[in-house]
Ligand binder design. Structure first.
Ligand code: NAD
Length: 417
């Protein structure tokens, strides 16, 4: 239990307690939702390229199983622990529920530094981790997906390991797979595309006229780069982006098409033409219309919140704003699109991928994008209208909807035995 109760997990519990006050729900149901349904800690020993054996710690947490299988990404990142994984699993539950997907939340991760590991080491790590969590996962039980420093290839190894164990191909065990293995068109772009859709909706609502909105994106990985790509295509001016090493800034705007090519070759944004190098901390504090933190959690805290100068804050990353920062930002009239809405495009298209895998019937990309837009716009509208009616912030409104639906499903099912 001590390992579970880390600051990040306590923060997720606190958010649940706060939203429970707005809901007319039996306290016993809230008590059940405060803890993950199942958590597994595994050691993952692998042979490194130099012949030594090294052991990594891995986690898989299922937060809720009331409405269907659980769903959530797997991250490879230094310092991943049980508490963080459980908090992320809980947020996945609210996100799936807000989007009306028939899933509960889950999350997984391995405490490792993939930047310092070879392709072969990562493959052995993934296959051994999959073997260790194998009893927990499956198309009807729990379906992993990519997250930080995991990608299509990681999912292909996971699917292959799982399928080998069962003796036949089971594509539905993971989403975010390569297209050639039953992946969905539009899945790679889905999270960033979803962030961009929510930004467009937020701009529509705040009714401020911008000739060319300025955008700052923290993290130029899957979510950040694609958010930047779609907002750039809309004609927005992307003035700064960053990665783990540094930020780059050009007040006249960065050419995102060229930057994507540059990053594919150089693996960093550092050194891109016509840009000034800044720190990640400076980047967050730049004056802009839209700030999209798309890297890691807890980057906007009580310490820097009063220096944030955006009008819209789109949470591409999971949990980038701490609760104390939230209070400060709300007073500053910053329109926050909470992560369970802003980055829900990923799990939504993961859901489409799972449906396509089960049906063995695949959709055109246009259909995927259209369905994604319909679901994201609807969720945005639900959150916005509830926030207006109850005079509450969008995060609380999103949580009320997300938690409320899960609580109702739990009430209907009752407590077994
Ligand atoms: P990614 O690994 O593709 O990219 C992460 C980016 O963040 C990279 O540019 C990396 O250099 C940068 N970064 C890492 N640590 C940093 C730090 N300490 N400071 C600044 N930058 C840092 O990961 P991703 O899939 O884009 O995920 C990013 C965030 O979005 C995570 O919080 C993840 O949980 C969330 N998310 C991802 C998806 C998805 O579909 N990939 C879906 C929902 C939410």
């Amino acid at each position: 239990m001590k390992e579970l109760l880390t600051p990040t997990f306590l923060m997720a519990q606190q958010q649940l307690d706060n939203v429970a006050k707005h809901l007319n729900v039996d306290s016993g149901i809230i008590e059940r939702l405060k803890f993950p349904r199942k958590s597994l800690i595994v050691s993952v020993p692998i042979r490194m390229d130099n012949g030594e054996t090294k052991t990594f710690m891995g986690y898989r947490v299922q937060h809720d199983l009331a409405m269907g299988p659980s769903k959530g990404g797997i991250r490879y990142y230094p310092g991943v622990d049980l508490g963080e994984t459980a908090a992320l699993a809980m947020w996945m539950t609210w996100k799936c529920s807000l989007m009306n997907l028939p899933f509960g939340g889950a999350k997984g991760g391995i405490d490792c530094n993939p930047a310092q590991m070879s392709e072969g080491e990562l493959e052995r790590l993934t296959r051994r981790y999959t073997t260790e969590i194998l009893p927990m996962i499956g198309p009807e039980k729990d379906i992993p997906a990519p997250d930080m420093y995991t990608n299509e290839q990681t999912m292909a190894w996971l699917m292959d390991t799982y399928s080998n164990y069962h003796g036949y191909a089971i594509p539905g065990v993971v989403t975010g797979k390569p297209i050639g293995l039953g992946g969905s068109l539009g899945r790679t772009e889905a999270t960033g595309r979803g962030v961009a859709f929510t930004v467009l909706k937020a701009l529509e609502k705040i009714k401020t006229k911008y000739s060319q909105p300025t955008v700052v994106v923290q993290g130029f990985g899957n979510v950040g780069a694609i958010t930047a790509r779609y907002l750039y295509k809309e004609g927005f001016k992307i003035i700064a982006v960053s990665d783990i090493y540094c930020g780059i800034y050009n007040p006249n705007g960065l050419n995102i098409d060229e930057l994507e090519k540059y990053v594919a070759e150089n693996k960093t944004v550092r050194g891109f033409k016509d840009s000034e190098v800044i720190t990640n901390e400076e980047l967050l504090e730049l004056k802009c219309d839209i700030l999209a933190p798309c890297a890691i959690g807890n980057v906007i805290t009580g310490k820097n919140a009063d220096r944030i100068k955006c009008r819209i804050l789109a949470e591409g990353a999971n949990g980038p704003v701490t609760p104390d920062a939230d209070e400060i930002l709300n007073k500053k009239d910053i329109f926050i699109i909470p992560s369970i809405l802003a980055n829900a495009g990923g799990v939504t298209v993961s859901y489409f991928e799972w449906v396509q895998d089960i049906q063995r019937l695949f959709w055109e990309e246009d259909e995927v994008v259209k369905k994604l837009k319909t679901l994201i716009d609807k969720a945005f509208e639900d959150v916005y209208q509830l926030a207006l009616t109850k005079k509450i912030d969008a995060r609380t409104a999103a949580m009320i909807i997300g938690v409320g639906r899960v609580a109702e499903a739990k009430r209907l099912r009752g407590l077994y035995p």
